[in-house]
Unconditional design. Structure first.
Length: 514
């Protein structure tokens, strides 16, 4: 039995103040004009489709101008600064934690997302016009149950790991700002590009966007960010899969025109970038010892993802995987070909389960490896890219989450619950498959946040081992004698518990359920 005491007292804190009427002087690079106003309306015209590119953070990408947010792994690149893969085959695997939690149906959901990518033709044969501007659908039963689709979330994250960023978010970005005579001087840039003309555009899948500038102070820190909004407020936005904007109950039926337009730009054989070869790549054949490593290379045209059996204890494949391919590079203005092979003992992409002990501040999500190990060809020149995406990549799905709220002002047995689960569903009348469904994932992760007058005054976390069918009960008392049940926690759950304090102290304990 676990007993603990909550002490509800006030800490020191800094308030976060929003300035609704900040006067700004805005310098927008695409418009080449300077505007002085409170509300910025930059009306661009152009194509109705676009893509954005992902890479490691440039020095100007700071949290004070909208970057390095908790769910970010990198920032938006300019054209010619893109990061991509230069091998035609990537390997992936599932570790035991994933298999235990999701079981065969969860594996199948991930592989459905991978199949969508594998089914794409070589990008040199790909016409974005053959793809729809809208692929987001709603399963209303899943929406009512607060379910997130594994296949759709995985598809969005895989596009990120292939080099695409969120186009809607990066239609307008704050490059820099400073204050002069009490006014903010702001320079904005566009990182959203037309897949046909490669010019800047503020459209994504037939949806046009504008922006306003938000100025926020948090103690001495000041941030200025660009917030996109619809040009036509009556329009229903059609986002790209790369936007990763699907909510609970939403699911993707495939890729949008903008998604395939971005992949077409990255991987096209006409896109030449200075690149090195990945570790494990070597020459084969008569000239095996004389292969070119760093060279100006063409895009690989198509990438295929291949599953391999994984030994989680050793952290490697049971059997190394070898892929042989033809590499094309430029030498003396001539396209050259060389035969290479890549021997891989560890997966390029590993699907795993997060332990959830850090606590979720947002709905269930996939935590991804960062971009810090991606190779930058332009490092010596101080430029942002172009560069190379390099493994290993680990994609960790957070456990399904139960959000519980209690208060000293409510009756002791009262708790407000909201549950969010990973699931698999589509447009059929079949009931959603709700995870976990495997044999593992039995521990309960309990993250308690104590709040007084809307201020967080303490955090406590526990990991409670349980058998797969067991449950525990959280009980409360004001005197250590009379205990009242508060929460029931079943195996395999992550619980984000917020308790609002109104009295000086209260006791809680965790006991097995009878």
């Amino acid at each position: 039995m676990l007993i603990f005491r909550a002490i509800c007292s006030y800490p020191c804190f800094t308030a976060r103040k929003i300035i609704p009427k900040a006067r700004v002087l805005v310098r927008t690079t695409q418009m080449k004009t300077i505007l002085r106003m409170t509300l910025i309306l930059s009306l661009f015209t152009g194509s109705a489709c676009a893509f954005s590119l992902l890479g490691p953070y440039a020095t100007w990408m700071q949290s004070t101008n909208g970057f390095r947010q908790p769910d970010d792994i990198g920032g938006p690149m300019n054209l010619g600064e893109e990061y991509r893969w230069n091998v035609p085959v990537l390997t992936y695997a599932f570790d035991q934690s994933f298999l235990d939690y999701f079981g065969p149906k969860g594996v199948a959901a991930v592989e459905q997302a991978i199949q969508i990518l594998n089914d794409l033709p070589p990008v040199s044969q790909l016409d974005p016009a053959n793809y729809p501007a809208e692929v987001t659908q709603v399963n209303y039963q899943a929406q009512a149950l607060n379910l997130t689709d594994v296949r759709s979330k995985t598809l969005a994250v895989l596009l990120e790991q292939l080099g695409l960023a969120q186009p809607t978010r990066h239609s307008f970005d704050v490059y820099s700002f400073y204050f002069m005579n009490g006014n903010a001087v702001v320079q904005t840039v566009g990182r959203n590009f037309d897949p046909l003309t490669f010019g800047f555009t503020n459209w994504v899948n037939d949806t046009g966007y504008n922006y306003v500038l938000n100025t926020v102070t948090n103690g001495p820190a000041i941030s200025v960010t660009a917030e996109e909004f619809l040009l036509d407020p009556l329009t229903t936005p059609m986002t790209a899969v790369a936007d990763d904007a699907a909510g609970m109950g939403d699911y993707y039926t495939g890729l949008t025109r903008d998604d395939v337009g971005g992949l077409r730009y990255l991987l096209h054989t006409n896109n030449l970038n200075l690149e090195i070869l990945l570790p494990g790549v070597q020459g084969i054949g008569p000239n095996a010892s004389a292969y070119a490593n760093q060279a100006l290379r063409r895009g690989v045209d198509k990438i295929t993802l291949v599953r391999r059996d994984y030994d989680g204890f050793l952290g490697q494949f049971f059997t190394p995987y070898t892929n042989q391919f033809t590499d094309h590079y430029i030498s003396n203005s001539t396209v050259m070909a060389q035969q290479l092979e890549r021997v891989v003992s560890e997966p390029d992409i590993l699907f795993s389960m997060g332990d959830g002990t850090s606590g979720n501040t947002s709905p269930i999500q996939i935590t991804r490896s960062g971009t810090s190990n991606w190779w930058n060809s332009a490092t010596l020149m101080g430029a942002a890219g172009p560069g190379l995406i390099r493994p290993p990549i680990k994609l960790m799905l957070s456990p399904s989450v139960t959000y519980a709220t209690t208060s000293d002002l409510w009756p002791d047995s009262t708790a407000d619950y909201v549950e969010q689960h990973w699931a698999s569903y589509d447009g059929s009348t079949n009931s959603p498959v709700i995870y976990p469904v495997g044999n593992g994932g039995s521990d309960v992760i309990l993250n308690l946040k104590l709040v007084r007058d809307n201020v967080v005054i303490g955090r406590i976390s526990w990991q409670i081992p349980l058998a797969s069918q067991e449950s525990v009960v959280v009980e409360t008392s004001g005197n250590l004698v009379d205990w009242v049940p508060y929460l029931v926690l079943s195996a395999g759950k992550q619980v984000e518990w917020t308790h609002h304090c109104a009295i000086r102290q209260r006791y809680f304990r965790i006991v097995p359920q009878d």
